[in-house]
Ligand binder design. Sequence first.
Ligand SMILES: *Cc1c(COP(=O)(O)O)cnc(C)c1O
Length: 379
Amino acid sequence: MKFGTKAIHAGIEPDPTTGAIMTPIYQTSTYVQESPGKHKGYEYARTQNPTRNVLQNNLAALENGKHGICYSSGLGATDAILKLFKPGDEIIASNDLYGGTYRIMVRVFQEFGLKFNFVDLSDGTKLEAAITPATKMVWIETPTNPLLRLVDIVAIAAITKQHGIQLVVDNTFASPYLQNPLDLGADIVMHSVTKYLGGHSDTVMGAIVLNDDETAQRLAFIQNACGAVPGPQDCFLVLRGIKTLHVRMQRHCENAQKVAEYLQQHPKVSQVHYPGLPSHIGHELAKKQMRGFGGMLSFELKGDSMPEAVRVMESFEVFSLGESLGGVESLCTHPASMTHASIPKEERIKNGLKDTLIRLSVGIEDVEDLIQDLERAID
Ligand SMILES: *Cc1c(COP(=O)(O)O)cnc(C)c1O
């Protein structure tokens, strides 16, 4: 089955009792048993829920994996993966992670004795040197936030395989429509379903997809034992969102490409970070490991004026100022004062996060209106 057909049909059967084409919302906490232990495979809704099962199977199909497991947020999924490890185990993560991922690693799991080493993983050269006998896992994100840098999944996977360690890829920015890390050699793919998969800015959810039966069993055990499960209503919303994932992603990509090209020739813009531009450092790699360049981009205004960047964002009428991404509506954020404000300015600038950097989540509105909004605001 091709992607669009899978998005709409994989794992989804009409309801056996009524024929309802849409998966019912099984809003129940428990299931009646005939006699103790004799039941239809459902006992208690933290452990199993039919709406959630359908979504999990659909997500597994989209990532070409065997097992899908959903959690109450992207960080709930990350939490479950980190609980696979024991004190003393070492995890190498890229030094360019989503802030919440960095926070749960350093502020929560480091306290419990897991060791983290944050390394520049833009290519594999520094990874080899960082691996020790205690290294159990490598964690990457690609494209990264907010500079849309690419990490070579095949190259990193070749190294992790050789050393017998697991590779996790946070695939939130690309979505399974544009990139399937398991096919490129990753062991686990993680999603903030909140973003493109849900796609309508109405749900918070996370997911993991993987092939290994034993690890999947452990992750499902953690899902039930620790309890970070999504509710059936949210599972329904995401199932509905996914039915248009391929159509939405096509438009996100088209719009972002046009917006990036518009910004690139703007006299007040000094740099545009978008993998679809031939000038972008990750363009060739993106062509190799992705099927399109996505809906996220960032750009810098000329000069060094934070108030000017703020003024531009306050002037937008179509782009809304807000965190998150991947919804149908266009959003903008200011990394220096919002998502990356806790990083000291010097460190931030060293990592390429200037005060005039604006990140856009390009939505699926008419692109003429988006470009007009930018033109009016930047002017
Ligand atoms: C949002 C996000 C997360 C965290 O997911 P939540 O659903 O907000 O918990 C993790 N990684 C990336 C890349 C994200 O954008």
